[in-house]
Design a protein around this ligand. Structure first.
Ligand code: MN
Length: 435
């Protein structure tokens, strides 16, 4: 992504701040065991505003009446440390690279911050995230408040994520390009998995197929833990053990997507282990698919997530009645939320830098946010019937199906960004038998 775009976002944030100082810290390294770390993953908001990938860094935006200033604090060059943990950009190169006003070493951030905070009443930071840099910044504000001779210091703390989330709701063109690139890799992985899958294969072997294609094609990693759920395991929504053998005649539900240059993809496909749907599997599959297509069709500016949820629940409930999974009168069943037993989750969620983008669904007044061009969400209806559910015709027991795509809201309606990933029963069977 180009530097002008990051600079534009910082300017926009400064406008939203009106007055004050905002401080956003890079993610810290997380220990996995003893002295080894998890792969590093940058804080999404920090990355959104400057694109810097190193840890132990801080972005500070100072806003006064009409002008704003951006200051970046980065780790200094250090030959010995770099020998172990990789090359650091350092202060001088950061000055060249980023379109910010000032760059300092993180070693002097406390001294600098004291000078900056003296002039302001309002401090924006991630109020609900613990970070040692935030602890220090708050301590500096407290010290200033108690020092004689200091006339102003921040006494009002605000949550910066309220503003960044508002911005992240609407994706710009460069973000859409990255989501599309993530989806191109994810598509390849799903198609490969359909081709490779066979009876008696272990779920983790299929998981490895995804992760192999993700990395081989330049993705950063998976955007969330891959779910490979054979047969009845698909009825455990967050099944991630992936340690069972796939059975001939079962379906396998795979929820997997890669992250590419920090942007997520989130795709679920359900297909027959042996490459051929049985009649009852196909009946339920095509019912869920029809619901998914209708929900996607309803997406347009002005729509809301709750209305999509209601539409999906109504259509799924009708389908459940049709196949004898629910019995009774439709309006009454919907009122009683009887269908929730078989479709207990949400129809979708925002997606972007985070697979579940932490963006609001309601505004400050509590009103639902209506869709606007540039928003990206998932659509993922499903049906989950446990094998021990004696209320359901036997042929449907043990079947779990979810179909998930990633949708961009456009001025005309919407675009299914993942429409090229095999989805109809015949497309899937063709992919499964394409050795
Ligand atoms: Mn999802």
């Amino acid at each position: 992504m180009n530097e002008e775009n990051y600079a534009r976002r910082r300017q926009k944030l400064a406008v939203l701040m009106k007055e004050g100082v905002s401080v956003i810290a890079a993610a810290s390294q997380k220990i996995r065991s003893n002295d080894t770390e998890h792969p590093y993953r940058q804080n999404s908001d920090f990355y959104y505003l400057c694109g810097f990938e190193e840890d132990n860094a801080l972005l500070c935006i100072v806003k006064e009446a009409q002008k704003s200033k951006t200051i970046l604090f980065v780790q200094s060059k250090n030959e010995e440390m770099e020998l172990w943990s990789g090359v650091r950009l350092g202060v001088e190169a950061a000055k060249e690279h980023f379109q910010v006003d000032e760059v300092y070493s993180i070693d002097v951030f406390e001294v600098q911050m004291k000078e900056i905070l003296k002039e302001h009443n309002t401090l924006f930071l991630e109020l609900f995230r613990e970070d040692e840099h935030y602890t220090k910044v708050k301590q500096i504000a407290a010290d200033l408040m108690h020092s004689r001779g200091v006339k102003r210091s921040p006494r009002e703390f605000k949550d910066i994520t309220v503003l960044t989330q508002q911005m992240r709701l609407l994706k710009d063109d460069e973000e859409i390009v990255l989501i599309k690139k993530a989806l191109a890799i994810t598509k390849e992985a799903h198609h490969q998995a359909m081709a490779q899958c066979e009876a008696n294969m272990m779920e983790y072997a299929l998981q490895a197929e995804y992760e192999y294609h993700f990395l081989k094609n330049g993705a950063d990693s998976e955007s969330y833990t891959t779910i490979v759920a054979g047969g009845n395991s698909a009825n455990t929504l967050h099944y991630i053990k992936n340690d069972q053998s796939l059975k001939d005649g079962d379906l396998v539900l795979i929820d997997a997507g890669c992250e590419f240059q920090m942007y997520a993809s989130d795709i679920t496909r359900t297909f027959p282990v042996n490459g051929r749907f049985t009649k009852p599997q196909k009946e339920l599959y095509e019912m869920v698919l029809a619901v998914q297509l209708k929900v996607i069709e309803a997406i347009a500016p002005g729509m809301t997530k709750n209305r999509l949820q209601e539409l999906a629940e109504t259509l799924l409930c009708e389908g459940m009645i049709l196949f004898g999974i629910l019995h009774g009168e439709k309006t009454k069943l919907i009122e009683e939320k009887a269908h929730k037993k078989y479709f207990p989750h949400g129809i979708g969620h925002w997606m972007g830098l985070d697979v579940h983008d932490p963006l609001p669904y309601v505004d400050d007044r509590g009103d639902e946010i209506t869709f606007q061009p540039g928003m990206v969400l998932t659509v993922e209806p499903g049906i989950y019937i446990r094998k021990d559910d004696l209320n359901v015709p036997q042929e449907y027991r043990g079947i779990g199906i979810r179909i998930e795509d990633n949708i961009l809201v456009t001025a005309e309606g919407c675009t299914n960004l993942s429409k090229d990933i095999a989805k109809t029963a015949s497309e899937i069977e063709a992919r499964c038998n394409n050795y």
